[in-house]
Design a protein around this ligand. Structure first.
Ligand SMILES: Cc1ncc(COP(=O)(O)O)c(C=O)c1O
Length: 443
């Protein structure tokens, strides 16, 4: 929630900003405060109908409250509303965008990059696959059956051939199935996901890199959800090894509006080889006049993009630098610790069974029952009762072939089991774990 003293900080920054334009004749747009107040009160009432995403009792979907630093920087910048398409539209905010993108690229250990912010992960993946299609126009794109659903949709928009690769019982890309498909020889790009949306699984990137040497394909990593976890210091050894391979891939997508503490409208695409910039070559007769420096619209599929997003991210990275020993990294470590703690509590419960030890911060579990259909029914019941008592979880449908190795004793009278799912994305979840567990047990 908005704290009064942070609004004072914003007011002070707004008058500093105004100083920069004080040589202009005074100009104030007319504002009917009373009318605005009435409408805003209606807005506030209507928004009460949303779930309480900001509260630690919300452990449902991938929703993380933006840091107050990001909110303030965004609000301040919105008063100018720069457009980072061209330097003409966002001179300083474009510089800030280049700086934050370079810092993200550094975080992955890259010494070269070409990249920019996008409106989200889907647009960022679209650019990665568009470039993949430009480089290998007649070759297929592969992603696992647990990859984000938009990869298939994006390839259909781009008119590129797409195939899925099976996953193993851990929800990770199956290397045997991948190699079988690679042997056919028409694969241009493999999409590996680090932090699948459903299960938070990490595809086996080190092995995929070994296959790349044999079969020669591009590797795009969709780490929209999990990318920042490269900073956490409590990954499993296998997880650490996977993240340490990121410096070797061709392109990466990461979403600052997921674990990067940003408001929505902030994804990021990075290419290792800056030469891919040539594929973006286009003529814009209306923009790019104010400077010979790079206008971000020259290397972006989208035209208008919010300069405020770049400034909010810049301010957040200043306050919370992306270093392994910093507060930002400690926040991620705590998220995974919260997920592991919840998982361990489930292990000792006689009412529930967890599916897997979480690789990141997503936990999946189900109520004990003899049949798949009864497990699903109970999961849905508990999901509803939790929501009515202010403990907000999520659900996930998983196929028998994925979960049978973990739960062989169930009678699979249905092919899918609906399980409960939680994303422990807030650093505060760890402090709230006993209260969350108490509330959950009472369900
Ligand atoms: C792994 C992964 N990729 C891509 C996306 C799509 O990102 P966005 O919702 O920002 O478009 C998501 C969203 O949850 C995701 O988890």
């Amino acid at each position: 929630m908005i704290e009064k003293n942070t609004l004072e900080v914003l007011e002070r920054a707004a008058s500093t900003l105004e100083q920069g334009f004080k040589k202009l004749p005074e100009f104030k747009p007319s504002v009917d405060v009373k009318a605005i107040q009435m409408v805003l009160q209606t807005v506030a009432h209507r928004l009460q109908n949303n779930y309480p995403y900001q509260h630690p009792f919300y452990i449902g979907q991938m929703l993380k409250p933006p840091h107050i630093m990001a909110q303030l920087a965004y609000m301040l910048t919105m008063t100018l509303n720069p457009n980072n398409h061209a330097l003409d539209g966002g001179r300083e905010s474009s510089k800030m965008e280049k700086e934050v993108v370079a810092e993200i690229s550094d975080m992955f250990g890259w010494d070269t990059h070409l990249g920019h912010l996008t409106s989200g992960g889907t647009m960022a993946n679209m650019e990665a696959l568009w470039i993949a299609g430009q480089i290998h126009p007649h070759k297929k794109i592969l992603a696992s059956t647990q990859a984000h659903y938009t990869h298939q949709r994006i390839t259909s928009v781009l008119k590129l051939e797409f195939e899925t690769v099976e996953v193993d019982q851990f929800g990770k890309m199956c290397l045997l199935d991948l190699e079988n498909q690679l042997k056919q020889g028409d694969i241009g790009t493999v999409v590996a996901t680090l932090g699948t949306t459903g299960m938070g699984a990490l595809d086996p990137l080190s092995d995929i890199l070994k296959l790349q040497q044999k079969y020669n394909f591009r590797i795009h990593v969709d780490t929209a959800y999990g990318g920042y976890y490269t900073l956490a210091d409590n990954l499993s050894d296998d997880g650490r090894m996977i993240y340490d391979c990121l410096s070797q891939v061709d392109s990466i997508v990461i979403d600052p509006h997921k674990h990067g503490l940003q408001p929505y409208g902030c994804g990021c695409i990075l290419f290792k080889d800056p030469a891919v910039g040539t594929y973006y070559n286009h003529d814009s007769p209306y923009t790019y006049f104010s400077s010979d420096d790079l206008h971000l619209g020259e290397i972006s599929l989208e035209c208008s993009r919010a300069g405020a997003s770049a400034v909010a991210l810049w301010a957040t990275q200043q306050l919370l630098p992306m270093t392994k020993d910093g507060e930002f990294a400690r926040g991620l470590t705590r998220c995974r610790k919260a997920a592991l703690t919840f998982y361990e509590k489930l292990l000792t419960s006689s009412h529930y069974r967890p599916l897997l030890q979480p690789e990141l911060d997503i936990v999946i579990w189900a109520p004990e029952a003899g049949t798949a259909s009864e497990m699903s029914r109970l999961s849905r019941n508990i999901f509803d009762r939790g929501a009515s008592e202010d403990l907000h979880m999520a659900l996930i449908n998983l196929p028998q072939k994925l979960i049978q190795a973990h739960w062989p004793d169930i009678n699979y009278d249905e092919e899918h089991v609906t399980c409960l799912r939680a994303c422990f994305m807030k650093p505060e979840h760890m402090d709230w774990m006993d209260r969350i567990w108490d509330k959950f047990e009472k369900l």
